[in-house]
Ligand binder design. Structure first.
Ligand code: RIB
Ligand code: CA
Length: 314
């Protein structure tokens, strides 16, 4: 079967890096482009990291398109160096990339690719959804020509991580998320309901440092920064595999249990960024009326998912 064409919209980021390398090492997926967004780091740093990662992987044939620097409706809340390092790569402070991003901005790149390959492109946002919302605004027809949107983000029934209410990617641009969730295209949400169940423990993580693969070695060098965050802030011995989980869904959706509910995103007050599903609600009160249901991951086979991720790099 032909490999699935995907565009990864990313804020690399340590788990983004794991997800990108996982995708590049999976024959089921054909990465046709990376687009970059603020989130873990500022967009310019995300862009430099995306270029560096493709150089490390020997895949400079894959274009990188730089995304926007600001959310739709307000200033960017700022990067999270205490999670991903100042450089988004675990403070490895790599030399600058030798390659450059393409001239067109991310939203235009996404719209052009989708309309060039109608029905074939899956968008895989693993950062805030601003570029995706801008691409919809630029070319509304992408909603009918995208194969699927499979995103890491949101929290249907689980607590948030950026705040008690909200998951980080949605919290960074709730307005964009509400636009994406209402566009009528097929959306699968791989959120904290499942990614907070997938914990890679030290014995799992050891596979990266023992593997000879250069991509595994790069990840191994970044992991101490990421593990320290989870130990210090979550009392967790290990890491959550947020972004790689979205790739795992693409490769084997049977790893996940899903429910189909319409979702609205809260944009005001302390709950800003919370994704509210209409769970089995037949009334569908006005904010949820006429909203398309999303395919929401609500449970996961943890060990099989970890095995799949490690099988490609470990
Ligand atoms: O909440 C986790 C998400 O926020 C992941 O995509 C991580 O990389 C950060 O972007
Ligand atoms: Ca991310």
């Amino acid at each position: 079967m032909a490999a699935r064409k995907i565009i990864i919209d990313t804020d690399p980021g340590i788990d983004d890096t794991m997800a990108i390398f996982f995708a590049l090492s999976s024959p089921e997926l054909d990465v046709v482009g990376l687009t970059t967004i603020f989130g873990n780091v500022h967009t310019d740093v995300a862009t430099a990291n995306a270029l560096r990662l493709l150089e490390i992987a020997g895949r400079t044939d894959i274009p990188v398109a730089k995304g926007t620097d600001q959310p739709l409706a307000g200033p960017f809340g700022g990067p999270v160096p205490y999670v991903h390092g100042e450089d988004g790569q675990g403070n490895l402070h790599l030399p600058p990339p030798n390659t450059q991003a393409v001239a067109e901005p991310a939203a235009q790149f996404i719209a052009e690719q989708v309309m060039t390959f109608p029905g074939e492109i899956t968008l895989v946002p693993i950062g805030p959804l601003t570029n995706i919302a801008l691409a919809l605004r630029l070319e509304p027809r992408i909603a009918d020509n995208v194969r699927e949107v499979v995103l890491m983000g949101g929290n249907a029934l689980a607590p948030g991580n950026a705040t008690p209410a909200a998951e980080a990617n949605i919290h960074n641009d709730p307005e964009a998320a509400d636009v994406v969730f209402g566009a009528g295209w097929e959306v699968t949400m791989v959120g904290l309901d499942v990614t907070h169940k997938i914990v890679m423990r030290p014995d799992h993580l050891a596979a990266y440092s023992t593997a000879s693969h250069p991509l595994a070695q790069h990840i191994a060098r970044m992991l101490p920064c990421y593990r320290n965050f989870y130990a210090d802030y979550h009392d967790l011995t290990g890491i959550f595999t947020h972004d790689p989980s979205a790739m795992a869904y693409l490769i084997d959706p049977t790893l996940f249990k899903t429910a189909q509910w319409p979702v609205r995103v809260e944009t005001q007050g302390v709950g800003r960024g919370k994704t509210w599903p209409a769970v089995n609600d037949k009334r569908l009160l006005p904010p949820w009326q006429n909203r398309p249901p999303l395919n929401i991951c609500v449970d996961v086979d943890v060990e099989r998912t970890i095995r799949l991720i490690l099988s490609r790099l470990g």
